[in-house]
Write a protein that binds this ligand. Structure first.
Ligand code: 1ZZ
Length: 625
């Protein structure tokens, strides 16, 4: 019921130390490459930086930050960048100047950026770092007064002068003063604009998680002189923990090369991702489940056969529920291209634990468990059969399945990371559950962050959990995720929290509900935004109680408006919208929407709707709203 490992030593005290060291040891090795959308068709050149070039640019920007803005160590710096390499220059410059970088989502030229404004109000940064083009495209009238008043520094403002600066200036950036408990990153949990929470990730947290990831996946250190270094290839956004830490920092940590493309480039043509893995002989890549499914749906067998994926050693999959069918279909589709099921490494983690909490070990086919759906609903992971990806499994004997005989196939998220303690706890009694019993996943270890920025109360609630029969000084992070342990492996089976995870992105239901309510004002009496489980993972379902004064003929238009507003504000489309009569949505006694019950009713087809709209296809970007 628990898996504990000894802590280990890390080699560097901070990312700044790491960069200086690597630039000295292998200056000419490529560190970062960005593939613009058109570069894959040969129309635009790729952009690249060696370790020495990255170091020089980072150092120069760090000096400018210190000299031009008056920012002092410990100050926060907002990072506002479109996809590209400048983000990492800004990020590492903060590390070197001992400022705390705060990544935010991609800037929208001329548009309001509510998430940026709420993060600014929350963490009170002293500078905003971006590039010249983005800064020129910002419409200050659409930002909060506080954001608009921030000094803005462009990383690419004076590249030539920056590169010409003498090395002796290093004295002005005294790395010796960095403490491992200083913050390396303030990671806003994606989503909630009404309730921003910045996870405080220290240098020690970050380096310990980078090392745990390296050990879990058996990633080799790249030698100083060799040409044989790891190549990571990612389209994940760097303002999310998985894109930043898994996609960029891990390759740099082991001395490898991170090759990046934009999420949009992948979404428009998923083949570009796999083509780039094939062309650049990438060894490491990964994404949430939906991305693998998108490849299966959009890439036909002939295209698949034109790829060479045999050099891909680690295909991690995490950040949202993992679907065994997706992994199997992907393995089948890309078998001729040299892809094997053992390459898949399902993993589980969250920003509050820096990134990774548990993972499958590389070289082993992911483990699958078929569990009795009925028992699962009652909190027990009763196992009907066990298998591994790719294994043909016999049909379960009906006798072993209760109720209507339905089973749910769960994919193992693997073992606890090397320094992480993973417990499954009955949250009310605060006792550790026996194997196979579902409870809340609790974590402890050196990569669990110390809390949320300036939020003592929630921090105590989320990061300060204690066991009823445990040492009160021993605290755990409550993840809000539900799961169980079987054979030392973690199976995530659901969520206590109401979070909606779409395409690996976390959305807070309150924010989406606020959009719907704001749109229809008095005509919406209640609204619930919930994640319902579909063929390929979670989908967003909206249930809205609409006043009886609204005519039925208006409902299709209302649904279109709801979808449009959600796309505008949150960049996601609902898969299902249900309009109910007043009283149709379940509420608590205190009048709050009961999202979990609402979700269960929708999935069981028990929510009575006046009008219902469904999108059948998993993704249809072209559909107009
Ligand atoms: P976030 C070499 N969730 O999603 C690179 N995993 O954080 C290695 N639900 O805070 C990279 N099943 O945004 C290793 N398996 O959301 C990457 O997401 C390790 O509800 C994976 O609470 C890191 C994912 C980081 C991430 C966290 C929430 C969780 C949970 C959900 C994550 C899941 C999963 C089901 C999984």
């Amino acid at each position: 019921d628990s898996t504990t490992h000894e802590p280990h030593e890390t080699r560097w005290k901070s990312l700044a130390h790491l960069l200086v060291d690597r630039a000295a040891r292998h200056p000419d090795r490529p560190a970062l490459t960005f593939l613009p959308d058109d570069s894959m068709d040969g129309a635009e050149a790729e952009q690249a930086l060696t370790y020495a070039e990255l170091h020089r640019r980072v150092r120069a920007v760090a000096l400018r930050l210190v000299r031009e803005t008056g920012a002092v160590p410990g100050d926060r710096a907002m990072l506002l960048f479109p996809p590209g390499l400048e983000f990492m220059i800004g990020f590492m410059a903060c590390e070197m100047a001992r400022l705390i970088p705060v990544p935010t989502s991609y800037p929208k030229p001329g548009r309001a950026m509510p998430r940026l404004d709420t993060s600014v109000a929350d963490c009170q940064p002293s500078v905003l770092i971006s590039d010249q083009e983005t800064i020129a495209g910002i419409d200050s009238n659409r930002l909060s007064a506080e954001t608009a008043a921030l000094p803005m520094v462009a990383t690419d403002a004076s590249i030539q002068e920056d590169l010409a600066r003498p090395d002796s200036l290093d004295d002005e950036l005294p790395l010796g003063e960095i403490e491992s408990t200083d913050l390396a990153l303030l990671q806003y949990t994606s989503g909630s604009t009404s309730d921003p929470k910045g996870v405080m990730v220290s240098h020690a947290n970050l380096l310990s998680n980078l090392e745990s990831i390296r050990q879990a996946f058996g990633i080799e250190w790249s030698g100083d002189d060799s040409d044989d270094y790891e190549r990571g290839l990612f389209w994940l956004p760097p303002f999310h923990d998985m894109g930043l830490i898994g996609g960029i920092l891990e390759p740099l940590y082991v001395g490898g090369h991170a090759i990046l493309m934009s999420p949009r480039s992948f979404l428009a043509r998923p083949m570009r991702w796999l083509r780039a893995i094939s062309d650049y002989k990438a060894t490491i890549s990964g994404a949430p489940n939906f991305a693998y499914q998108l490849c299966v749906d959009r890439i036909d067998a002939a295209q698949a056969d034109s790829l060479d994926l045999s050099g891909w050693e680690l295909a991690f999959c995490g950040a949202e529920p993992i679907n065994a069918d997706t992994l199997q279909q992907f393995t089948d589709r890309f078998f001729n291209a040299g892809f094997r099921g053992e390459t898949f490494c399902p993993c589980y983690g969250l920003a509050e634990a820096t990134l990774m909490a548990a993972s499958c070990r590389s070289g082993q086919a992911p483990r699958l468990l078929d569990v009795d759906k009925d028992e699962l609903a009652h909190g027990r992971g009763i196992i009907v059969r066990q298998s591994s990806l790719g294994e043909t499994v016999p049909e379960a004997s009906q006798a072993s399945v209760s109720g209507d005989g339905a089973v749910r196939r769960l994919v193992s998220s693997g073992r606890a990371a090397h320094t992480m303690t993973v417990l499954v706890v009955e949250p009310d009694a605060r006792r550790v559950q026996p194997d196979g019993e579902i409870g809340e996943i609790w974590l402890a270890g050196p990569s669990v962050a110390s809390g949320y920025w300036k939020r003592e109360e929630v921090t105590a609630e989320v990061f300060g959990a204690t066991l009823a029969d445990g040492d009160p000084a021993e605290t755990f992070l409550r993840t809000g995720d539900l799961g169980f342990v079987h054979d030392g492996e973690v199976y995530v089976s659901g969520r206590r929290k109401d979070l909606v995870i779409l395409r690996g992105r976390n959305l807070f239901p309150q924010d989406i509900e606020a959009t719907v309510k704001g749109l229809l004002q008095a005509n919406v009496l209640q609204c619930a935004a919930v994640a319902t489980t579909g063929r390929t993972g979670d989908a967003l379902t909206i249930a809205a109680e609409v006043s009886r004064h609204v005519d039925s003929e208006e409902l299709p238009d209302i649904v279109r408006h709801i979808r449009r507003a959600i796309i505008d504000d949150h960049e996601v489309d609902a898969r299902q919208v249900l309009i109910t009569r007043p009283g149709g949505i379940p509420l608590t006694t205190s009048g709050k929407v009961q999202r979990q019950q609402c979700r269960a009713m929708i999935e069981a087809g028990e929510l009575a709707a006046r009008y219902q709209w469904n999108r059948n296809r998993f993704i249809d970007d072209s559909e107009s709203v």
